[in-house]
Design a protein around this ligand. Structure first.
Ligand code: ADP
Ligand code: MG
Length: 621
């Protein structure tokens, strides 16, 4: 056969194969057109899973009567003009392929009226060819009806699943757009039944309730936006270095108690376009590291906002894959944002004695109201048990920590409230009220809670306390610094010196007054006050070494890494005996933390043995 150019019909059918894989893909394209047309109300109707009929009706801008035939030409679009426009796409469509593709594999009827035109138009096509075109009346907007999909493509028809399966794919498409566009109304009718509806209230939570049901939505947390103050600036400046504008991550993530057997509940959008990406999904999963049972996956609906120039959506005809200019920046932004939100709610690991070291549960969820160990009167009982506490909190009133800060304007944390600290987001208590019983191995604080026994790792707990105190002091520009009586000369190895040179500004900002002193020597004039109990030289070298070996994605910025290292060094070690008052003060300060359940590295600060488990072990039940 001699070489020849394929007819437009055949070319369209080939292209259609890529764009319209199944009924849901046609629905996706039509909804995208409606959204691009500025519709506030999108109605989808399907019969027999879309095989017999699918229809998308919108109240968008409509198509001028003179252009309706053109809209079905391949590569006909009103959304971009030049190739340069591909670099900053702000519409969902841009390839000008969808209508042509759908028309190539189905019978299509389009009724439309442009907002500023008096008369509308109706056009009907079959197998890509125009059958009728005539003026027609109707409200502004567009109705596209697709019938007999794939009737002329037996190969595709054969691969279609049961109507119910195809209908569920369509429902998934509609719900995704409803999530991405909560300010627009969506409505899906399948075989005459209303199967999904969103109100267009503009509130993502309302759509979550519609998509996942109230019970599940209740267990989802709004993403925390970036911390105020320094951290934001750091994040911004590091993205400036990369030549990228900032990446925003918003949405909802499931609390760690909500998990599923597969990754299908991680829904991702970039600039309100749904996309698929195993690496980004993996960043979400990583953010739950140690918080979910093995083999379980989190639930998340995430919106990544970034400069359209930094993301390429023109990868595949279905536009379901994207490429980021800086993958790593996206992974890390997602992971940090998710981690920030769920860290507070990491469950306190529950230990079982023999048999099942059962799945971690959150005692806070079952508390208060448990009677086995404490009963409703726990807070009063605890007060009585505590007795007249001594005021000797000397250890935890250490410099930068408590009552006698040297040359600092540090304010001690809020007084121990009558009830447990509650998380402003979920209003569930983060920690139950605890009564210190004693110390174990000079390393663990034994405490009683309303529903069982808690073992607190004194080092991890103190690290968490110091970390939050230091962060809030930094935010308030009240970081406590201790001047050294005599400057300290540090002779560093070349590797250590390189790290110090790299992070000189951050070190200074965190209270380490360090300056180059020729070669790999540095002069230290001050240290963060919380380190004042330490041998300054030893502490600094350890911190510098820690920084050199740091490549933690979660605590990505040098700032956070350094803060963590300083707190790790300053925190009370395991093996250090504590008296009663010191332990009480430690627990009090932990209760005042925003994320009391994990140390800054995400490891648990405490584990929990339930009263029920004890009763079971002693044969009391
Ligand atoms: P693309 O969306 O990539 O531009 P399509 O083939 O999907 O290509 O649509 C072609 C053109 O038809 C669009 O650019 C738009 O101008 C017009 N169009 C399609 N659907 C609608 C709609 N529902 N409302 C208004 N205009 C539409
Ligand atoms: Mg389109």
């Amino acid at each position: 056969m001699p070489i020849h150019i394929l007819s437009p019909e055949v070319a369209n059918q080939i292209a259609a194969g890529e764009v319209v894989e199944r009924p849901a893909s046609a629905v996706k394209e039509l909804i995208e057109n409606s959204l691009d047309a500025g519709a506030t109300d999108v109605r989808v109707e399907v019969r027999e899973g879309g095989r017999r009929l699918l229809r998308v009706q919108d109240d968008g801008c409509g198509i001028p009567a003179a252009e309706v035939a053109l809209a079905f030409e391949r590569h006909a679009t009103s959304k971009i003009v030049t190739a340069a426009d591909l670099d900053h796409i702000t519409t969902l469509g841009f390839r000008g392929e969808a209508l042509a593709s759908i028309a190539a594999v189905a019978q299509v009827t389009l009724l439309t009226r442009a907002r500023d035109e008096e008369a509308g138009a109706l056009i009907r096509l079959a197998e890509g060819r125009e059958v009728t075109r005539e003026p027609a009346g109707g409200p502004p907007g567009t109705i596209v009806t697709v019938e007999h999909l794939f009737a002329n493509v037996p190969a595709r028809l054969k691969f279609l699943k049961q109507p119910a399966t195809e209908a569920s794919h369509i429902q998934q498409i509609v719900t995704r757009y409803a999530l991405a566009y909560p300010e627009r109304r969506f409505n899906l009718v399948s075989d005459g039944k209303l199967v999904f509806q969103s109100t267009g209230s503009g509130k993502l939570y309302d759509v979550l309730v519609k998509v996942y049901g109230l019970e599940m939505a209740r267990e989802m947390l709004p993403m925390k936006t970036k911390d105020e103050g320094r951290k934001t600036e750091d994040d911004r400046s590091s993205s400036l270095v990369l030549g990228l504008s900032s990446i925003g991550v918003t949405g909802y993530v499931g609390s760690p108690s909500l998990h599923r057997g597969n990754r299908g509940y991680i829904t991702l959008f970039v600039n309100r376009r749904w996309f698929q990406d195993t690496s980004v999904a993996y960043s979400v999963i990583q953010a739950y590291h140690t918080m979910l049972p093995v083999g379980r996956y989190p639930v998340a609906v995430l919106f990544i906002e970034m400069d359209p120039a930094d993301v390429d959506v023109n990868v595949h005809p279905t536009k379901a894959e994207v490429r980021f200019r800086d993958n790593h920046a996206v992974f890390s932004a997602v992971q940090k944002a998710v981690r920030r939100t769920v860290a507070d709610l990491a469950p306190i690991p529950k230990v079982g004695l023999g048999g099942d070291a059962s799945a971690a549960t959150s005692p806070a969820a079952a508390w208060p109201g448990v009677t086995a160990f404490g009963g409703p009167a726990w807070s009063e009982r605890r007060d009585v048990l505590l007795g007249a506490g001594s005021d000797d909190h000397r250890l935890f009133a250490a410099p930068g920590l408590g009552a006698e800060p040297p040359a600092s304007s540090f304010q001690p944390g809020p007084p121990n409230p009558q009830s447990a600290i509650s998380n402003p987001q979920s209003s569930k208590p983060l920690l139950p009220l605890l009564r210190v019983v004693g110390q174990l191995a000079a390393t663990y604080v034994v405490a009683e809670g309303p529903d069982g026994m808690y073992l607190i790792d004194q080092h991890a707990a103190h690290e968490r306390i110091l970390y939050e105190q230091m962060s809030s002091q930094r935010a308030g520009h009240t970081l406590a610094v201790q001047s050294l009586l005599e400057p300290l000369l540090l002779d560093l190895s070349p590797e250590q010196a390189a790290v110090v040179a790299e992070e000189l500004d951050t070190l200074n900002e965190l209270g380490v007054g360090i300056e180059p002193f020729g070669g790999s020597s540095y002069l230290v004039r001050s240290i963060p006050a919380i380190l004042s109990r330490e041998n300054p030289a030893g502490a600094l070298v350890e911190i510098v070494d820690g920084l050199a070996s740091q490549n933690d994605v979660v605590e990505g910025t040098a700032d956070a890494a350094l803060t963590t290292l300083i707190c790790k060094r300053a925190a009370i070690k395991g093996g250090h005996p504590l008296n009663m008052a010191e332990m009480q003060e430690l627990v009090r300060q932990l209760e005042a933390c925003r994320s009391p359940r994990t140390c800054p590295h995400g490891r648990p600060t405490m584990i929990y043995l339930s009263g029920d488990e004890l009763a079971r072990q002693f044969g009391r039940t």
